[in-house]
Design a protein around this ligand. Structure first.
Ligand code: SAJ
Length: 444
């Protein structure tokens, strides 16, 4: 089948779609294409996940408005089917790849899942197949990894027998469905005709700009947009550290800085977690790998942000010392364990590394998080007898706590605020000894 014929089938919704990887990216996009009228095959290695999906059960925690309903309709209409069998891919015209693309401990892309899916897919693709990578990948990956593996495994020629593109996702936990439908996407194609064909496909589900371009631009845009955010947050964190040393209040500083035209200082805090911001800057940096490009800002920003959980430990240590205590044997309540407010996602959570360091220093640490099953419970009860509370995540529940009641339960009323949950004056009025990221106490 030619690309022209495939584009017609796509426009008629007759093209048979497949999605490899039914995680927080692949499953929603498979559901939305099925809802749009396409026949969609989902390929997923985890057998239990396949079973759940084929039973119309959403295999993910957290609140994803509308997704369970869309999945149920897609399954009951027969438009979506999940399988573990890659061989079923040979009947498909368009194949999306949405597998994980982490970096390893040396911040080098770890493409094991991507390579494995490409090898298995390569054996099944036929002339006329269009393969689209949705995963976030380092600049150069499409031409240096994806294309060679598919040509080798299929013995077909890219851009002649089969077609390739990179259409990075822009989903966020808690807004998976909404984002797929309403956020613009970069549509990278190995050829302009391929980009145009991919645009015709996503036009069925995306009510926002679809910007056609080449693959390397698509790879650069996705990794740069998240590296940009990481650097912005690192700047806010560095200003916070300076405010502490200079006896200033970073929240006042930030508010006044942002009154200056064209400034938009983000929020300092206890650290940067999640599945994309800590990782994508390294994927962008890897794009400069062999060239002698001095990549300095991205690693520096990562170091600032990764240093914030340790900075929280330093504040706790200093606060306890002012109260005549040391970390060892002190009871500390950590409020918030997920990486983001009102989310149950704990990937790369700043609380995880901070808690580990507190425990290594001999502190007794209690953890509360209303969204993370292992840490539910009554936050006021957990405060009983504690020497310090460390607020790490801005969950709505914490914003409305009775601080006086909380203080009354504590042995030593130290409150260390990592996300500006509380007003310093009100916390002090409630009886707390208040410390906050970016707020200088004026003490030596
Ligand atoms: N954070 C700060 N200060 C800020 C903003 C965030 O410390 O001003 C921290 C958060 O607490 C969290 C981490 O950074 O630990 C990441 O937060 P995030 O708001 O960036 O949320 P994510 O990780 O879900 O990022 C996603 C990204 N979306 C995609 O990759 C498709 C990112 O591009 C979006 O900008 C972001 O959502 C968003 O704006 O919600």
């Amino acid at each position: 089948m030619t690309l022209f014929e495939l584009k017609n089938k796509i426009e008629q919704k007759e093209a048979r779609l497949a999605v490899i990887g039914l995680g927080y990216v692949g499953l929603p996009v498979a559901c939305v294409f099925a809802e749009a009228g396409f026949n969609v095959l989902g390929i997923e290695l985890r057998y239990e996940r396949v079973e759940n999906i084929n039973s119309g059960i959403l295999p993910m925690d957290g609140e994803e408005p509308g997704l369970a309903e869309v999945l149920s309709r897609a399954i009951s209409s027969g438009k979506l089917k999940a399988s573990t069998d890659y061989q079923e891919l040979r009947n498909n015209d368009v194949i999306l790849i949405a597998v994980e693309t982490p970096v390893d401990s040396h911040n080098i892309p770890h493409y094991e899942a991507l390579r494995a899916s490409l090898c298995a897919l390569g054996a099944e693709i036929r002339p006329g197949t269009l393969v689209i990578v949705e995963s976030t990948i380092a600049p150069g990956t499409m031409s240096e990894v994806v294309l060679p593996i598919l040509e080798q495994e299929s013995r077909l020629k890219a851009n002649q027998d089969f077609f390739l593109g990179n259409c990075p996702e822009r989903v966020m936990p808690g807004k998976l469905l909404k984002n797929i439908r309403t956020i613009s996407r970069v549509v990278g194609g190995m050829t302009p005709e391929t980009a145009s064909t991919i645009k015709a496909l996503y036009a069925h589900i995306v009510k926002a700009d679809l910007d056609p371009t080449d693959c390397v631009t698509a790879e650069l845009v996705k990794t740069a947009e998240n590296a940009y955010r990481d650097v912005q947050i690192a700047f806010a964190n560095e200003v916070a550290l300076i405010c502490e040393a200079a006896g200033g209040n970073v929240w006042d500083v930030r508010e006044l800085v942002n009154k200056s035209p064209g400034r938009q200082m983000l929020m300092p805090g206890a650290g940067v977690g999640g599945h994309c911001i800590p990782k994508d800057p390294w994927l962008l940096a890897y794009g400069a790998k062999e060239k002698d490009v001095p990549v300095r800002l991205i690693p520096a920003a990562r170091a600032v942000n990764d240093g914030m959980p340790h900075h929280m430990v330093q504040i706790v240590e200093r606060a306890l010392m002012s109260a005549g205590r040391v970390l060892k044997e002190s009871r500390i309540l950590v409020m918030g364990y997920s990486y983001l407010e009102n989310s149950d996602d704990i990937r790369n959570s700043p609380s995880e590394s901070m808690t580990r360091e507190l425990r290594q220093s001999g502190a007794q640490v209690r953890i509360h998080d209303p969204f993370v099953k292992d840490f539910n419970g009554d936050v006021a009860e957990l405060a009983n007898g504690c020497h310090a509370i460390v607020a790490m995540v801005r969950h709505n529940e914490y914003l409305h706590l009775d601080l006086s009641e909380l203080r009354s339960r504590m042995h030593t009323p130290i409150l260390v605020d990592g996300r500006h949950l509380y007003d310093e004056k009100k916390a002090r009025q409630a009886g707390f000894i208040y410390y906050g990221v970016g707020i200088g106490t004026g003490e030596e």
